[in-house]
Write a protein that binds this ligand. Sequence first.
Ligand code: NAP
Length: 255
Amino acid sequence: MGLLDGKYALIYGVANRRSIAWAIAQAMSREGAKLALTYQGERVEKMVRDCADQIPGTLMIQADVTDDAQINHVYDRLRDEWGRIDILVHSIAYAPEEELRGSFVDTTRAGFGTCLEVSAYSLVAVTKPATALMTEGGSIITLTYLASERVFPNYNVMGVAKAALEASVRYLASDLGPSNIRVNAISAGPISTLAARGIRGFTGFAKAYPERAPLRRATDPAEVGDTAVYLASGLSRGVTGEILFVDEGFHVLGM
Ligand code: NAP
């Protein structure tokens, strides 16, 4: 018996085998969930297909989250294929490279808009049409980082986007709770992925975690996957609007 037997999980944000969304997909499949993975475009299609092929029956649907028509297509397809959704994972972030280096004060209007749209508003954009298919309640999970509340060098506008994302989690949790749809975020420690490597100096601050975090090790993507299973399953049925840290305890440190 898996914790997610009979559940349908839609996962946004697998780019390749290093993606946090892929660790979540593997953990959810292990627990019995049926999966659909979205991918942004042809650039990553082959890498996402390599992942999807490892889990027979996994659906793949293209969706750039800045385009409502593509988002709606995802739900039309899942209405036909599954008839409902139980779990939605949002594991997406983007900022132009030049915004993730240097000083925050140099953030451009265009860079701020792009980063907030893709990294924060997209949670709202993918959640609204999902709720119509969450006919038996649901669990929505997004990914955030401690830079929403503390200053990390070069994280800059992405820290502001994560603050907006976390606030969105609370507002969505309040709106959707009466429909038994829960909304939570996992705040993960540094994991070497495509998105993370776009932040200048990432390797430097990632090194601080195994040296200083209470658990004295780096965050393993599989730990994030297992926490996502908890948030998607009935074990967390009383939990919503929460930011749950999977960072080996780093966030409790003062110095
Ligand atoms: P990743 O593998 O690069 O995943 C980021 C995903 O966002 C990619 O699949 C990317 O697709 C997708 N994306 C960007 N713009 C998109 C758009 N317009 N439409 C659809 N998809 C789009 O990196 P990751 O580290 O796993 O990131 C996943 C989430 O975890 C992000 O929210 C990130 O901020 C968060 N997080 C990461 C860490 C870490 O240290 N890695 C720590 C805490 C939180 P393309 O590659 O096709 O652009």
